[in-house]
Design a protein around this ligand. Structure first.
Ligand SMILES: [Zn+2]
Length: 334
């Protein structure tokens, strides 16, 4: 199928409509958000340094890969307040911008010694010139796509599946098997859900179906919390999508929890965990899930990794008053 930036945006923006009265006027929001996207600062290209970073968890070697970033208009953030945003941005030592926030897109390769697992599949360039760099950064990190044995997903939104499939619809990772939650797979393959969805939402489901189609015969789905490999266990994080799932690594007493899209804004959502992104299928559940994992991560000093946490996206959650603070993980020999 043909994908265009417009279709992508329309699909994403329409997504929450499915879950209920999240967007009372999607058409209005649609035009507002398109305008906001158009007004957001645009970079022609983004290629400052090779975007890869190594990290170790016990016997697992992790390579964080940067796909790039996009500008998220602030009117996509439910609960956004500029004064609070300025305060938390200052606390994070990050540059404040009005009207939009730069959101990175990270993927990770987990080398278990037996498997080379790609977690997250990046975005195509048509979503913006500042994206679509997963293949180049994978090459820069010395990883051959043909050596990837598994492609694993936290959820099926377009910014995490696009690079799995070539333009002609075949596997971009030809020796890989697809791993994702059964709930998520069924969600996007339920014709009743699809057919009852608004037109724009259908295109989003179609996008995910097309991107995952070449892996259909060679997929492994799981339910709830399941040990998928020695030391790698799934952990349901519902809300952003029905089957949104985290993965917990545990090796030699060290842990890392990949939480996918629990947050989209490192400088905003730790300090303001009630703020939601309009792409949440069930925003209240997503908020509850975010609070729960923040609480656990802070109590256990658990290292986390996020698809939209500032690259390389690995760090810690600390309690700060009634909210939280993000602490990037320090560099260590990997
Ligand atoms: Zn995402």
């Amino acid at each position: 199928m043909e994908f265009t930036k417009r279709r992508f945006l329309k699909g994403l923006i329409a997504a929450p409509v499915l879950a209920g009265p999240v967007l009372a006027a999607p058409a209005l929001l649609m035009s507002q958000s398109e305008k906001a996207f158009a007004q957001a600062p645009k970079a022609k290209t983004y290629n400052d340094t090779p975007g890869f970073y190594h990290y170790r968890v016990g016997d697992f070697k992790i390579t964080a890969l940067l796909d790039g970033y996009f500008e998220m208009p602030t009117n996509f953030i439910k609960g956004y307040d500029e004064k609070a945003a300025k305060a938390s941005t200052k606390q994070s030592y990050r540059r404040f911008t009005t009207g939009s926030v730069s959101v990175p897109v990270n993927a990770y390769v987990i080398n278990t010694g037996k498997e080379l697992i790609l977690l997250g599949g990046g975005t195509p360039k048509f979503m913006g010139a500042t994206l679509g760099q997963l293949p180049a950064n994978m090459a820069a990190a010395g990883i051959n796509p043909d050596d990837i044995t598994k492609v694993m997903l936290t959820h099926t939104h377009p910014d995490h599946v696009a690079a799995f499939t070539t333009k002609n619809g075949s596997k971009a990772f030809k020796n890989a098997k697809l791993i994702l939650s059964e709930t998520e797979w069924n969600f996007i393959h339920n014709d009743k859900v699809r057919d009852a969805s608004p037109k724009d939402f259908k295109s989003m489901i179609d996008y995910a179906r097309a991107a995952l189609a070449p892996y259909k015969a060679d997929r492994q789905t799981f339910k709830g919390a399941t040990e998928l490999f020695a030391g790698i266990t799934s952990s349901p994080l519902p809300g952003h999508t029905p089957g949104h799932t985290g993965y917990e690594l545990n090796s030699k007493g060290e842990k890392l929890f990949f939480w996918g899209d629990v947050t989209h804004f490192s400088t905003l959502q730790f300090a303001n965990p009630d703020w939601k992104v309009i792409f949440d299928a069930d925003p209240e559940l997503a908020k509850k899930t975010r609070h729960a994992i923040f609480e656990r991560a802070s109590a256990e000093r658990l290292a986390i990794a996020g698809a939209h946490v500032d690259f390389p996206g690995i760090g810690y959650v600390e309690k700060s008053g009634n909210a939280y603070r993000y602490i990037p993980a320090p560099w260590m020999p990997a």
